[in-house]
Design a protein around this ligand. Structure first.
Ligand code: HPA
Length: 270
């Protein structure tokens, strides 16, 4: 809690900014950042107590600015559990964004498609998630100042924002699905048997992020909205051919503007 307070004070002092919404964008999905009228930008390595990136060239930025007139704080680059961070480190920025004043958190991720009706490049509005990480960011002593010991997860993803997002997609002719995201640690992709298991469990997309962040966000009372961009389809049978790397990259690039449009419209109308 001390660390959270100190880091929040540092950022408040430097920016004098009270953001309304927090934004975390998935791999290859950072285009939204270009639409932000940037007021302040910090390298993660310059923010006290922020997790230090161990991977060279992977240093991210925390950006404060205006998006269509709304005050936002955006993470350019997120912390993944598979990189070796603890769950507490992965969700540290969520807690800082909350203390800075955000009420809403918007997240995107690149994900594998488990639902057979999905295609590479599709968008899936996340309506719920399954936590398959071997850990939980709320484990250990509860930070009572942030939230309760046993947070309720019945509406992890805001039904109101989901309905609004569907309307935005429909009025802009954007194809979308809604579904359940399953998060697991990675860094390995799934074996065919694991993809089949996730499907049987009721998930429609799978990836290595979002779940810890949403858990920490809900703990502290933030309203969440998330989109998966389907970058590859699950390989369910040993003989099936997976998505090529080129396809994955193209998929993210093609889907990104559609996702960005939905985020912008939602944020504009908060
Ligand atoms: N599995 C896990 N994480 C992913 C995938 C996948 O198929 N695609 C993109 N992120």
């Amino acid at each position: 809690m001390e660390k959270i307070k100190k880091t929040t004070e540092f950022l408040k002092e430097k920016t004098g900014f009270t953001p309304e919404a927090g934004i975390i964008l998935g791999s290859g999905l950072g285009g939204l950042i270009k639409s932000i009228d940037v007021k302040h930008s910090f390298e993660y390595s310059d923010i006290p107590n922020f997790p230090v990136s161990t991977v060279e060239g992977h240093d991210g930025k925390l950006i404060f600015g205006l998006l269509d007139g709304k005050k936002v704080v955006a993470m350019q680059g997120r912390f993944h559990y598979y990189e070796g961070y603890s769950m507490q480190q992965v969700v540290f920025p969520i807690r800082i964004m909350k203390m800075l004043g955000i009420t809403h958190l918007f997240l995107s991720n690149a994900a594998g498609g488990l639902n057979r009706s999905f295609r590479v490049g599709d968008l899936m509005i996340i309506k719920d998630h399954i936590n398959m990480f071997p850990d939980n960011p709320l484990k250990g002593k509860n930070l009572d100042k942030l939230g309760t010991r046993f947070p309720e997860m019945g509406e992890a993803y805001s039904r109101d924002l989901i309905e609004k997002a569907k309307n935005i997609a429909e009025s802009n002719n954007i194809k979308y699905h809604t579904g359940v995201y399953v998060g697991s640690s990675g860094p390995t992709l799934e074996t065919p048997a694991e993809y089949r298991m996730f499907r049987i469990l009721g998930a429609d997309s799978t990836g290595m992020s979002t779940v810890p962040e949403v858990i920490a966000a809900r703990h502290t009372g933030l309203t969440c909205f998330g989109i998966s961009v389907i970058t590859n389809m699950a390989v369910f049978d040993e003989g099936e051919i997976g998505t090529s790397h080129d396809e994955v990259q193209n998929a993210a690039g093609e889907a990104e503007p559609k996702m960005t449009l939905i985020f912008r419209e939602l944020i504009k109308n908060l």
